[in-house]
Design a protein around this ligand. Structure first.
Ligand code: NAD
Ligand code: GDD
Length: 336
C-alpha cells in the first residue's frame, strides 16, 4: 500500500527502537516496510498498517528483496545488547557487519535516495572515557580510533563504509551515534538489557516480591547519559531528512551516576532498597555523556526529555511486564 508517495524500509523493526520508528513513520502517513529476522510473533511491537516481513539481512539476496521499491532506508538491524552482552559476544556483534555491508550494497544497487545508519557512542575512543566527571564526547573523539572491542569496531567500520558509499557512489548516507536509549518495549531481561531496563526490572521485582536488596554492577559511580526513545526517534527522523552527512551524536546530555539513576527508579517505584555492588560484573567505560554542541548547531534541537520523566514511563511499563511474568510463574526464583 502506498501512502504519501514515500516508501520507507526499517530494518530491525521487530526490535526496540525500530518498532517505535515504524509507529512514528506510519503516523506521518508514510508507507512503511518493516523487516526483522525474528519470527513476527516475537517482535517487540507489531504495527498491522505496515508491510511486516521476516528476512535475514545478513544474506545479500534478502537485502535486495528488502530494498525493492523503497526510497529511504533506516538500517537499525544489528546483533547487540547492553554491556553484559557486548563484552561477552564480540564476534557475534562484529558479524553485524554482514547486515551493514549487504544493506549498503543493496541500497546502492536499488538507487535508494537516503540511507540512515544507527551507530553508537561505543565508537568513541576508550582513553577519552576514563573519568566519570568529564565524559562529554564530541564527534572528533572517535579518532584516533580505540572503540569498544567487537561491537564498537563494527560500528566505526560501518560509519566509515557509509561515508565512502556516499563519496564514491553518491548514496546519501546519514549516521547517528546513539547514546544509551531506553523506554517502553525495550529489552528488559534475558541478558541483552541495558542499565535503565535492568534497574527498573530489579526494583520492580524487589517491590512485587517483598525483597529488600538489589544487585548493581560496579560501584555505581560510573556515569552515563540516557536518551528516552521518543527523542531518539525524533532525532533519527531529523538527521535522515536533513543535509548533514557526517556522524552526529544523538544522546541526552543529562549526566548521572548509575547510583543516581537507581535513586530515581526507587523514587518512582516508592521503595528504598539495599544495594549489593558486584565489582567483577561488566562495567564498560567509566564515564560517557553526549556533547550536543554539533546537533544544536545543525538542527537547532537536541534530546530534551528528562531522565525522571522517561524513567516514570519506562518503570511503569516494566513493572507491568514483571507483574505479568510473576502471575505465570510457579516460583519467583524463576524470574529473578
Ligand atoms: P534491538 O536488539 O532491540 O533491535 C535490533 C533488531 O535487529 C532485533 O529485533 C534483531 O532481531 C534484528 N536483527 C538482528 N539481526 C538481523 C538480521 N540478520 N536480519 C534482520 N534483522 C536482524 O536493538 P535496538 O536497541 O532497537 O537498537 C537498534 C539499533 O540502534 C542497533 O543498530 C543498535 O546497535 C543501535 N544502537 C542502540 C542503542 C541503544 O541504547 N538501544 C545504542 C547505540 C546504538
Ligand atoms: N546492563 C546492566 N545491568 N548494566 C548495569 C547494571 C545491570 O544490572 N547495573 C549496573 N550497570 C552498569 C554497567 O556496569 C555499566 O557501567 C552501566 O550500568 C551501563 O551499562 P549498559 O547500559 O549495559 O551499557 P553501556 O552504557 O556501557 O553501553 C551501552 O550503550 C551504548 C551506547 O551508549 C550498550 O548498550 C551499547 O550496546 C550501546 O551502543
Amino acid at each position: 500500500m502506498r501512502r504519501n508517495g514515500s516508501h520507507v524500509l526499517i530494518t530491525g523493526a521487530g526490535g526496540f527502537i525500530g518498532g517505535h520508528l515504524v509507529r512514528a513513520l506510519l503516523d506521518q502517513g508514510k508507507s512503511v516496510r518493516a523487516v526483522d529476522v525474528k519470527p513476527i510473533h516475537e517482535w517487540d511491537q507489531y504495527h498491522s498498517e505496515a508491510e511486516n516481513w521476516r528476512l535475514d539481512l545478513s544474506l545479500p539476496a534478502d537485502c535486495h528483496v528488502a530494498v525493492d521499491g523503497v526510497d529511504t532506508v533506516y538500517n537499525l538491524a544489528a546483533d547487540m545488547g547492553g554491556i553484559g552482552f557486548i563484552e561477552n559476544n564480540k564476534a557475534e556483534c562484529m558479524l553485524s557487519v554482514l547486515i551493514s555491508t549487504h544493506m549498503l550494497v543493496a541500497a546502492r544497487d536499488a538507487g535508494v535516495e537516503r540511507f540512515f545508519y544507527s551507530s553508537s557512542a561505543c565508537v568513541y575512543a576508550a582513553d577519552k572515557q576514563g573519568r566519570p566527571d568529564d565524559p562529554f564526547l564530541v564527534e572528533e573523539d572517535a579518532y584516533p580510533a580505540l572503540p569498544e572491542d567487537g561491537y564498537g569496531w563494527e560500528k566505526l567500520f560501518t560509519e566509515r563504509m557509509a561515508r565512502h558509499f556516499r563519496e564514491d557512489y553518491g548514496l546519501s548516507t546519514k549516521v547517528a551515534r546513539y547514546h544509551n536509549v531506553y523506554g517502553p518495549h525495550g529489552t528488559w531481561d534475558g541478558g541483552r538489557e541495558k542499565a535503565p531496563a535492568a534497574i527498573c526490572r530489579k526494583v520492580a521485582m524487589a517491590k512485587l516480591t517483598g525483597d529488600h536488596e538489589i544487585e548493581i554492577w560496579g560501584d555505581g559511580e560510573q556515569t552515563r547519559s540516557f536518551m528516552y526513545v521518543d527523542d531518539c526517534v525524533a532525532g533519527t527522523l531529523k538527521i535522515t531528512d536533513g543535509d548533514f552527512a557526517d556522524p552526529l551524536n544523538l544522546g541526552s546530555s543529562e549526566l548521572v551516576t548509575i547510583n543516581e539513576m537507581v535513586d530515581i527508579v526507587e523514587g518512582v517505584a516508592g521503595v528504598r532498597l539495599r544495594r549489593r555492588h558486584l565489582l567483577d560484573a561488566p562495567q564498560g567505560v567509566r564515564g560517557r555523556c553526549s556533547d550536543n554542541t554539533l546537533i544544536r548547531k545543525e538542527f537547532d534541537w537536541e534530546p530534551s526529555i528528562g531522565l525522571r520523566e522517561g524513567l516514570e514511563r519506562t518503570y511503569s511499563w516494566i513493572e507491568d511486564q514483571v507483574a505479568e511474568r510473576l502471575r505465570g510463574c510457579a516460583s519467583v526464583g524463576d524470574v529473578r
